[in-house]
Design a protein around this ligand. Sequence first.
Ligand SMILES: NC(=O)c1ccc[n+]([C@@H]2O[C@H](COP(=O)([O-])OP(=O)(O)OC[C@H]3O[C@@H](n4cnc5c(N)ncnc54)[C@H](OP(=O)(O)O)[C@@H]3O)[C@@H](O)[C@H]2O)c1
Length: 355
Amino acid sequence: MKAAVLKALGSPLAVETVPDPVLGTGEVIVDVAATKVLAYAGDVLSGQRRYLLEPPIVPGAGCIGRVREVGPDATELAPGDWVFCDPTVRSRDNAQAPDIILQGLTAGSQRALRLQKYFHDGSWAERTRVPTECVVRIGAISDAEAVSWCAFGNFAVAYGGYVAANLQPGETVLVNGATGAFGSGGVAVALAMGASTVIATGRNQQALDDLARRFGKRVRPVRMAGDEERDRQAILDLAGAPIDCVLDLLPPAATPAQVRAALLTVRPYGRVVLMGGVRQDVGVPYDWLMRHCITIHGQWMYRRDAIPRLIALVRSGLLSLEHHQAKCFGLDDVNEAIAHAAAHAGPFSMTVLRP
Ligand SMILES: NC(=O)c1ccc[n+]([C@@H]2O[C@H](COP(=O)([O-])OP(=O)(O)OC[C@H]3O[C@@H](n4cnc5c(N)ncnc54)[C@H](OP(=O)(O)O)[C@@H]3O)[C@@H](O)[C@H]2O)c1
């Protein structure tokens, strides 16, 4: 089959013929119909993000595709099914604290490199081999709809955060980094889950205005100026109600002060979910946490059982995949696709490979 191969960190991908994946028990082979190129894929593949990725490797985290072959232990999946392939692969030998890899993107930890050695290749190929539990049926779609379904992953991340924080209908949510690819998904998902108000922070006024225009008056944009105290006050002035849940999705370039500006607005007994790429210590006051009974969740991706519920939100019409504009590339143009994705980062914009 044809695949895009990363031979060394920092080198352009080579598009070549590689052996077809071979099915094992507990696995599914999927024909890849559409697979997203993350805006920061170039930073990962250059080594700049220091993700744990051992070349040679076929990159690509998750996809929308059709089941080609199922292992002998699958009871529901059948060839031809349209599916979402979840890149979140968990080790199966520790139910309590499984290692996690994002297939085709990062091993996450040194220990998980063993798992990545086996589920090594991702989805930038004509076919991909995925653990059975990561293949979820989405129902019948047209081939063209496979592209819009690539937005599903953007929504799933934020949904995983809200599930962790037990978000309830009627609550007030703050999304920090709401003008980003995953943050804007967080705004859409909170509304779909019945949030009464979503406070959306960002520095880019145009992107904030766009969020308000798309989603109407339940979204309250707040422009961040980079002054922690001032930004926090701006959020509180605009909130209109105590903030029940804060979801942070800031990137590595963001500062701890940007995280704190939002985090410390949460009401007493509120919940905070940290899901962004910030690597520095954030410095949350111990006394404030304790006296206000605050819960802070770190969350990587989402629980598996959340996926069918999110599919149901899309299928019911509560969550629309139609906000995203996609630019599609063939596998031969994978390097161009990576450059395009970097140049078009941000809300409701997707770069998609169609192997
Ligand atoms: N935990 C998980 O499961 C998970 C899953 C996927 C992704 N992530 C993480 O989510 C993070 C966001 O990804 P993304 O693709 O949404 O990023 P993105 O599109 O670049 O969005 C970044 C957001 O942060 C804001 N921002 C604030 N300070 C910034 C700064 N100094 N530099 C750049 N942007 C800044 C940007 O908007 P303004 O310019 O308007 O401020 C924007 O809202 C990544 O770090 C990624 O690793 C986590």
